[in-house]
Design a protein around this ligand. Structure first.
Ligand SMILES: [Zn+2]
Length: 152
């Protein structure tokens, strides 16, 4: 049983140009009854996250981010995307070399290399006010509002 919350759920689906062959990421979803948590309700109009961006991410982080993302979609009508998730050490080294100082951690020290951090877009301090409700935090708020991790 799917719990649809808010009027956004009834927007026309015909404008969504989504690849039908891609399966959305399956996450733990509250099934039915009044105990179904709104934060875990799925919204059929919210396009699935791109699987190449979710690869190798900590499943708990991904689950919490998906709930946060659904909340932001229902509240603001904005579809958040993962801009950067898991990174190999090679990729982290490349970013460290090429980005301005302080914008990427040294290779071997980034939570992205463990699949424990997500950079999302479009980022907003307003959206981040809801992070804690979903067990997430933005440790570099004000500098990198887009970078989120689990609180524990
Ligand atoms: Zn990051």
């Amino acid at each position: 049983m799917l719990m649809l919350v808010g009027t956004a759920a009834f927007a026309s689906p015909s404008t969504v140009d989504e690849p039908q062959k891609k399966k959305p990421v399956k996450l733990g979803v509250a099934t039915s009854g009044p105990e179904a948590v709104q934060a875990e309700a799925k919204d059929e109009n919210l396009p699935p996250m791109l699987t190449e961006k979710t690869n190798n991410l900590n499943p708990e982080l991904l689950k919490r981010f998906d709930a946060f993302r659904t909340n932001i979609y229902q509240k603001h009508g904005v579809t958040l995307e993962i801009n950067s998730g898991y990174r190999s050490s090679e990729k982290q080294a490349y970013l460290y070399r090429t980005l301005p100082r302080g914008m990427a951690s040294a290779p071997g020290t980034s939570l992205h290399e463990k699949g424990d951090a997500i950079d999302y877009r479009p980022a907003s301090p307003t959206y981040n006010q809801d992070l804690a409700k979903f067990g997430l935090k933005a440790p570099y708020a004000g500098v990198e509002d887009w970078h989120v991790e689990t609180t524990s």
